[in-house]
Design a protein around this ligand. Structure first.
Ligand code: 5AD
Ligand code: SF4
Length: 378
């Protein structure tokens, strides 16, 4: 059987697709690079913003036009199994079968290990399959040595998130924070080194809250740095409230760590940060940025959301002011999108689409200028 896997969303999803590809190959599936000649088409999906989900609904709609419905397709000469896996699967569960009847398989991020067996079952039983437990992921998920990129590898250190930023769907689709055993992490790094990959990025929704028995994030960094054969490494994503005071000196001192930090600020207004449940004030962020630049002196990038419920012109100006002041090397600027399950969903999405568009453009232009000036100073 040939499987085509399409990935949306973040690096975590990319890594999940890669690990799943390895599992599928080990189970005897052939990975296809085109949906047209595949027997199964899987979408590894993202729920972080409504726009991401809309693209997938629309893709499913397009597929529907191409073929007959599930029960007919199963015995059809041109049968194709369609799967929705990852965050959207967890977000909508069996509702996906109703909204997109073409779908045969719905599997959440923590159940991906069972995808090969579920596909086989669908073929055998000619019925749909759903797996959306919110339990922790089985660590066997990472056993395969398949790597998409021969120069760089992602290694997950923690799954899920327990921060509950008021706008964010992640804790509801990926579950609460679960830190992998450092031994499993180091084993995986070792296996990637043995494959000839010498550049690694440690992944987690909030890497700074990593903790496993006596090992915290900074200790883990030192352990990874000590791995023989590793050339360099980095980590994603940091949370301003959990950055420990040891982090920057450690980044300065570890010779293999890349001098680059992605530290999402999300807003330059204390009032909005509070509503976002971020757990820090702008002054704290400012101090961290200063400390980082003084101690490590590397690249600094951020994420920011504009148009959060009740964001005023005044709040937005504060965000612009902070951008001017901090001079990020790069920034991802997102328009607020109301998400199911989240606390902010209960707030009125009060900033109009036009106003969000306007603020988005202003901040984007501002950051473009900053980035340009940093690359080639006048
Ligand atoms: N609306 C807009 N942007 C969001 N992000 C997370 N949730 C939302 C949302 N509901 C952004 C944050 C996060 C990045 C990955 O996506 O900035 O850091
Ligand atoms: Fe990644 Fe979040 Fe999108 Fe899930 S919802 S794929 S965790 S960005």
């Amino acid at each position: 059987m040939k499987v085509f896997l399409k990935t949306y969303g973040c690096q975590m999803n990319e890594r999940d697709s890669e690990a799943l590809t390895g599992l599928l190959q080990e189970a005897g599936f052939i990975i296809s690079d085109s949906p047209d000649d595949a027997d199964a088409v899987l979408f590894n999906t993202c729920s972080v913003r409504e726009h991401a989900e809309e693209r997938i609904w629309s893709n499913l709609g397009q597929l529907k036009k191409k073929g007959p419905s599930l029960s007919l397709r199963i015995n059809h000469a041109n049968k194709k199994i369609i799967g929705v896996i990852g965050c959207m699967a967890q977000n909508y569960k069996d509702e996906i079968f109703k909204r997109a009847p073409i779908v045969d398989l719905v599997v959440g991020p923590n159940d991906l290990l069972s995808v090969p067996i579920l596909i086989k079952n669908i073929v055998k039983e000619k019925s749909r399959a759903l797996a959306v437990s919110t339990m922790e992921r089985e660590q066997d998920f990472y056993v395969s040595n398949f790597r998409e990129n021969k120069n760089h590898a992602y290694v997950v250190i923690s799954e899920g998130c327990s921060n509950f930023c008021s706008y964010c769907v992640v804790p509801y689709v990926r579950g609460r924070l679960h830190c992998r055993n450092p031994q499993d992490i180091l084993d995986e790094v070792k296996r990637t080194i043995e494959l000839g990959i010498k550049d690694v990025t440690l992944l987690g929704q909030n890497v700074n809250s990593y903790k496993f028995e006596g090992i915290d994030f900074v200790k883990l960094l030192r352990m990874v740095n000590d791995m023989e054969g590793l050339k360099n490494f980095s980590f994603l994503t940091s949370h301003p409230k959990d950055v420990s005071k040891e982090l920057f000196p450690m980044m300065r001192d570890l010779e293999k760590i890349k001098k680059s930090l992605h530290l999402p600020v999300q807003s330059g207004s204390d009032r909005i940060l509070k509503m976002m449940n971020r757990g820090y004030a702008v002054s704290h962020y400012r101090k961290l940025a200063e400390e980082y630049r003084k101690t490590v002196g590397g690249l600094l990038s951020t994420d920011v959301i504009i148009g959060f419920p009740s964001e005023t012109e005044e709040d937005f100006k504060k965000t612009c002011g902070l951008f001017k002041e901090i001079q990020f090397d790069s920034a991802y600027i997102f328009k607020y999108s109301s998400r199911p399950h989240t606390e902010a969903q209960n707030l009125s999405d009060s900033v109009s689409v036009e106003e969000k568009e306007k603020r988005h453009k202003i901040l984007l232009d501002l950051q473009k200028n900053i980035s340009k000036n940093k690359r080639c100073p006048k």
